[in-house]
Design a protein. Structure first.
Length: 465
DNA sequence: GACTTTAAACATA
DNA sequence: TATGTTTAAAGTC
């Protein structure tokens, strides 16, 4: 899975006026209001993808669709954007380096706040032609999509707007903005009521669904090419998706964009192939990514009913909510800031390559361990020299503070605490900010600034988070 | 060299 | 023991 396979996700709570969801090579842009269902709720993932305006419908033979190929949209309606397509403009923000996600991912959860307390099956599901319930056995439309009766529109609702200027109201984003009011459903503390977890029968796309990659081609036998991924056959797209992106998705799906670690684990178990593994390596990787990626902020949440109990919660940073998540590697210690100025979005192949490398590293490590055990010797992974240094000059291991510094202690950061204008980078960033010991400083047009190893003591003596 | 994954050591609650 | 932090190694591009 590569970042290129994701569309740049316009953030709902900061939609630019020129925001557009759908891009297509052959059809005119779909304005935002066209992505609406008639209940004014944002549609869940797959519905959104197939919200097609009547004006475009006649171009598509309805029998192109059936249950099994419903995701194989004609090229003109490719859901995932053309990687060569110019990304949408977020005002002056450069988001080129960000992973981005389909807007539909947010709220694509069974317990999504978008459901407004309704069970999933109760939510009017639009629309033509992807809704299986609107298809007959032959995969053809059983309901005339142009027939008003095909839609479950509330006649009392009058907030459907025809303006092409998306507004929070017209998009039904009030539900989103009020999502903070939703009580959290903690896995550990507040198990979801049974009725809130509809069966997969009601949620045919609750797993990453088969979709064509931009580069995918039909295989010779007419089947799915090797580049196309399915969740059904175990070739889950999430398997090739970086942890950082998956975690981002998980958090984006949660109210307040926050989860405790166990909830993230649970999300991975539900939605990714990684989480299906019996090994615990993927948990380690999640923790590694949470710690290393500045997009994820650690906070404390008090357990309801017991003020003394606190649980650690991971929440998305604002910039990550808005722009997506950067690769975790960029925040590593000692990588320096300058390199970030030149790096672009990681190539799609890198992600699978990285995975292969990781797997290979694991294998070779195992082999080495076996050889060691065979020979009866043991060497530290650092070798004798390291052990000597370690025993004679033990390094202090200090914990990183939970969150990156804010703009308050970084001049020039402006309203975005993780934004640094490029022109300020004539000198090394660490020197510029006096953060020589900053860990994993990330500099980019809009990038985050990561954790200082020591503290964020400010003029008032209080740590800054 | 950048990127990602994976494993592991270590610290802390 | 669970969680969090950090480092290192590996393969691919």
């Amino acid at each position: 899975m590569s970042s290129e396979h994701y569309r740049r996700r316009p953030q709902i709570n900061s939609l630019p006026s020129n925001f557009q969801y759908a891009e297509s090579s052959g059809a005119p842009m779909q304005s935002a209001h066209q992505m609406l269902s008639f209940d004014s709720l944002p549609r869940a993932q797959n519905d959104q993808h197939f919200m097609i305006t009547p004006s475009t419908v006649p171009n598509i033979p309805s029998n192109n669709y059936n249950l099994t190929t419903s995701m194989a949209m004609p090229q003109a309606f490719t859901v995932w954007s053309d990687p060569n397509h110019t990304p949408m403009d977020f005002d002056s923000q450069n988001t080129n380096d960000c992973y981005d996600y389909s807007p539909s991912i947010v709220g694509n959860e069974q317990d999504s706040p978008f459901l407004r307390g309704m069970s999933y099956s109760e939510v009017p599901r639009t629309c033509f032609p992807c809704d299986p319930r609107m298809l007959n056995e032959g995969g053809n439309m059983a309901v005339d999509p142009f027939d008003a009766s095909a839609y479950l529109r509330d006649p009392n609702k009058s907030d459907m707007q025809t303006s092409t200027e998306p507004t929070p109201t017209s998009l039904g984003f009030d539900a989103l903005e009020n999502s903070h009011n939703f009580s959290r459903l903690s896995i550990s503390n507040s198990p979801k009521p049974e009725h809130e977890t509809p069966s997969s029968d009601y949620f045919p796309f609750n797993k990453p669904t088969h979709f064509p990659l931009p580069s995918s081609e039909p295989s010779e036998d007419g089947g799915i090419s090797s580049r196309e991924m399915t969740a059904v056959d175990g070739d889950d797209p999430s398997a090739d998706e970086p942890y950082a992106k998956l975690i981002h998705r998980a958090l984006m799906s949660a109210p307040d964009h926050s989860m405790v670690l166990q909830e993230i684990y649970e999300w991975f178990r539900k939605h990714t192939a990684k989480g299906a593994s019996d090994t615990k390596g993927w948990m380690n990787s999640i923790r590694h990514n949470l710690s290393m990626n500045a997009a994820f902020k650690k906070t404390e949440r008090k357990t309801s009913g017991d003020e003394t109990k606190k649980s650690t919660e991971w929440v998305l940073e604002e910039f990550a909510i808005k722009d997506g998540v950067q690769s975790t590697t960029r925040y590593r210690k000692g990588t320096g800031a300058k390199k970030f100025m030149k790096t672009e979005n990681p190539a799609p192949s890198r992600q699978s390559s990285g995975r292969k490398g990781g797997i290979s590293a694991s294998k070779t490590k195992m082999q080495r361990q076996q050889q060691r055990s065979m020979s009866g010797t043991h060497r530290s992974r650092h070798g004798h020299g390291y052990e000597f240094l370690r025993s004679h000059f033990p390094t202090q291991r200090h914990s990183s503070p939970p969150t990156p510094p804010t703009h308050e202690n970084i001049p020039g950061a402006g309203c975005n605490p993780y934004f640094f204008p490029k022109q300020q980078l004539e000198m090394p960033y660490e020197d510029m900010c006096g953060l020589q010991d900053v860990q994993g400083v990330y500099i980019d047009d809009h990038g985050p600034i990561f954790a200082n190893n020591h503290d964020y003591a400010s003029a008032d003596g209080l740590p800054r988070y």
